[in-house]
Design a protein around this ligand. Sequence first.
Ligand code: AMP
Length: 281
Amino acid sequence: MFYLLNILIQMKILLNNTSLIESLRQFNDVGFVPTMGGIHKGHLSLINKSNKLCKKTIVSIFVNPKQFNNKKDLKSYPRNIKKDLKILKQSKKVDFVYLPKFKDIYKNKKKSKITLLKKDNILCAKFRKGHFEGVLDVMQKLTKIINPQKIFMGEKDFQQLYLVKKKLERIYKTKVIPCKTIRDSNNVALSSRNILLDKSNLFIAAKIYEKLVCIKKNIKNKKNISRFLNLQKKELKNNFKIKIDYLELRNLNNLKISTTKKNSRLFIAYYLKNVRLIDNL
Ligand code: AMP
């Protein structure tokens, strides 16, 4: 009986494009969850959603060097394929795992022609030059090979979700499905990078989250929101001794600076030690 179950929930590992194309050929309702590994419950929530909405679910694990604007960050990015595969298998929700090598993705040496519009050069795009160009390039390449009906992406990386959705849904017959941010018991957004933080750093991250909730609550009484946020940014910097790239209220639908709380989210990017964390609420 157990043997039979095990066969039914087998997860196939695909190591190159040929086996990927061969394996997916017969399916026309595929959900795709792109990741860079370091699998955590945030990723699993995307996988669960895909499993519910699609007949087959494929997860990719690829640490895309072209989206790192900092060599040190790329080097220290957590990698543990063995552990990832174990978690994915145990979830029993994944049909295929795609583990491409650099050459599978970047077959031809042509430089990516992707450029961001000036209006999109905000938030992380402003502080991580070339990051989203790299993300959009790899997402376009992965989507072309996998040809999924749906792609599941997290709201934790809201700007990424926004840009990828805008780009891919225009080119391909795929839908990008937003998934809620999953947090730990102290409300810190789960991230593969959290493994680089010790307990005391995670404690600070939890306190920062509490403060952000407070700031968001107080926004509605403020006439000049950007002035209020500038003051709050200074306070956060001083109180927690952190470097902050941005603290901004932006409209959910177009990511323009918002002057009202309606349809808006508060976006932050900051460094704890040398680890860059982002969140939005
Ligand atoms: P990453 O492996 O960090 O590139 O993330 C892969 C996907 O998982 C992206 O769509 C992320 O937005 C999503 N993701 C990462 N962390 C979370 C989280 N805490 N909650 C929900 N989705 C997440």
